[in-house]
Design a protein around this ligand. Structure first.
Ligand code: HEC
Ligand code: HEC
Length: 157
């Protein structure tokens, strides 16, 4: 029984791993528990980017530069700033490829993002229906909930 049992066990472990991987973005990538300040200050110009999409260094970099935030002023009062920073950092990616910051702290220029999206051609990003790689919701209909499951990706024409 021993030789039959071991292969079954490793198949079970592999299945469990695969299930975890496919569920990652519906769960850890979510915006559950976002403070009201985040919803008020960080979801009016674009979707609220889920904290697990970047690491602590990125979120600190983004939060430190809000007065010059990709061409706009997104600054806010000190209390909101502290609340949002604490929540982003607490739920940031840790020790995974998502945690590595890009030079400009964008998610869309980070190494994992570029690799994950290498099948998207440079002309596709510029389509009027997409406009920017930062516009996650154009292709990920659940982006505003932090759902990036690859089974639900649809690139608009
Ligand atoms: C006044 C409008 C505005 C507000 C408010 C705002 N942003 Fe942004 N944000 C932008 C613009 C504009 C961009 C660049 C979008 C693009 O390149 O298409 C951007 C980009 C970003 C990006 C990079 C997206 C990428 O390319 O990966 C992150 C992360 C981000 N914002 C986080 C935040 C957070 C966190 C807050 C709240 C503290 C916030 N933003 C508030 C306008 C805003
Ligand atoms: C032009 C359409 C498009 C845009 C815009 C886009 N993505 Fe994607 N995304 C894709 C495609 C295509 C894939 C790969 C799906 C696959 O491998 O089958 C993908 C995959 C992903 C994955 C991996 C999903 C998984 O199950 O492993 C994540 C996470 C992700 N995108 C996040 C983002 C984020 C965050 C943004 C915005 C900053 C974004 N995407 C913007 C098209 C897009």
């Amino acid at each position: 029984m021993k030789t039959a049992y071991l292969p079954w066990r490793s198949a079970g472990a592999a299945l469990a791993l695969a299930l975890c991987a496919s569920a990652t973005w519906a769960q850890a990538g979510g915006l559950k528990g976002a403070p009201a300040a985040f919803t008020a200050e960080c979801t009016s110009c674009h979707i609220g980017y889920a904290p697990a999409l970047a690491g602590e260094a990125s979120w600190r970099g983004i939060m430190a530069g809000l007065d010059k935030h990709f061409g706009v002023d997104a600054s806010m009062d000190e209390k909101a700033h502290q609340t949002i920073t604490a929540w982003l950092v607490a739920h940031a990616a840790k020790g995974s490829r998502y945690a590595k910051p890009s030079a400009d702290f964008r998610i869309s220029t980070s190494a994992w993002f570029v690799r994950q999206h290498d099948e998207v051609g440079s002309k596709v990003w510029k389509r009027a229906s997409i406009k920017s790689a930062a516009n996650c919701g154009a292709c990920h209909s659940g982006a505003a909930r932090g759902d990036f499951d690859e089974d639900r990706v649809k690139i608009p024409q």
